[in-house]
Ligand binder design. Structure first.
Ligand SMILES: NC(=O)c1ccc[n+]([C@@H]2O[C@H](COP(=O)([O-])OP(=O)(O)OC[C@H]3O[C@@H](n4cnc5c(N)ncnc54)[C@H](OP(=O)(O)O)[C@@H]3O)[C@@H](O)[C@H]2O)c1
Length: 247
């Protein structure tokens, strides 16, 4: 797919991987919808940067884990730009909790943002993509959705991301050949929060990857760009994990 003038919705693009992805697609000439739940300032700053560089972008606030909001995001994107060609379900985040004492509400919160956001946005965008006979849905999974670390503090996140991987493969089969659905499973990607971790924790995390360093958000954005441009892949989970899985 040529990205010039295509409409790309990137959920959770006020910071981190989503921000880098929004900027990358805008540089390719795509019209970009930037989204976040709380960080409106960050989202608007991404739009300003894109516009300053000669690109086209709008910001739409929406909590994608809520059905009405995820519908509003897709509807407003269509109102602004006429269609959606690429949906990138990226909103989400890690939350640590203890398995034995965690409540159902704790699991629900993590499932809501990491899994239900992708489910709801895909439901809302698919009828239009099927009607127009083409579209792409790209999801942000995680190595935690593939690796079974047995870590009691990251269990809900791992299960949610395993759900994203299953969703990716199921939708790819359901909606091919009109909609191609793929995911990226990143390793540890450098976000400001990681800089606040104790030095020893940062060192341990980096050493889990053969690269021995953080992956940069641009390196994930680059892989999203590849998946959007390639028209022969569907149901793939692309690992951008710095060698995390090589034991
Ligand atoms: N960093 C890593 O090492 C890593 C590794 C593997 C996978 N991932 C995944 O990568 C994705 C992006 O995370 P990141 O690392 O770039 O962290 P980040 O900088 O914290 O970005 C998360 C983004 O998601 C948004 N968001 C969260 N919940 C949302 C919701 N319900 N509705 C709309 N927007 C929502 C946030 O906006 P608000 O702040 O406004 O809520 C923010 O824009 C996540 O799915 C995460 O699980 C990250």
């Amino acid at each position: 797919m040529q990205l010039k003038d295509k409409v790309v919705v990137v959920t959770g693009s006020s910071s981190g991987i989503g921000q880098a992805t929004a900027l990358f697609f805008a540089k390719e000439g795509a019209r970009v919808v930037v989204n976040s739940r709380n960080n409106m300032q960050g989202g608007q700053a991404v739009v300003e940067q894109i516009v300053k560089e000669g690109g086209k972008a709008v910001y739409i606030q929406a909590d994608v884990s809520q059905s009405e909001d995820s519908k509003k995001l897709i509807d407003q994107a269509v109102q602004q730009f006429g269609t959606v060609d690429v949906l990138i379900n990226n909103a989400g985040g890690y939350e640590s909790q203890d398995f034995l004492t965690s409540l159902k509400e704790d699991w629900q919160r993590i499932f809501d943002c990491n899994l239900f956001g992708a489910i709801l946005c895909s439901q809302h965008v698919a009828p239009m993509m099927l009607k127009q006979g083409r579209g792409k849905i790209l999801n942000t999974a995680s190595v935690y959705g593939l690796e079974h670390t047995g870590d009691p503090t990251g269990m809900a996140y791992s299960v949610a991301k395993a759900g994203v991987i299953s969703l990716t493969k199921n939708l790819a089969k359901l909606w091919s050949p009109q909609i191609l659905v793929n995911a990226i499973a990143p390793g540890y990607v450098h976000i400001p929060r990681f800089d606040q971790y104790p030095e020893v924790v940062q060192k341990d995390m980096k050493s889990e990857m053969r690269l021995g360093r953080w992956i940069e958000p641009d390196e994930i954005a680059h892989a999203f760009l590849f998946l959007a441009q390639n028209d022969a892949m569907t149901g793939e989970i692309v690992h951008v994990d710095g060698g995390f899985r090589l034991k």
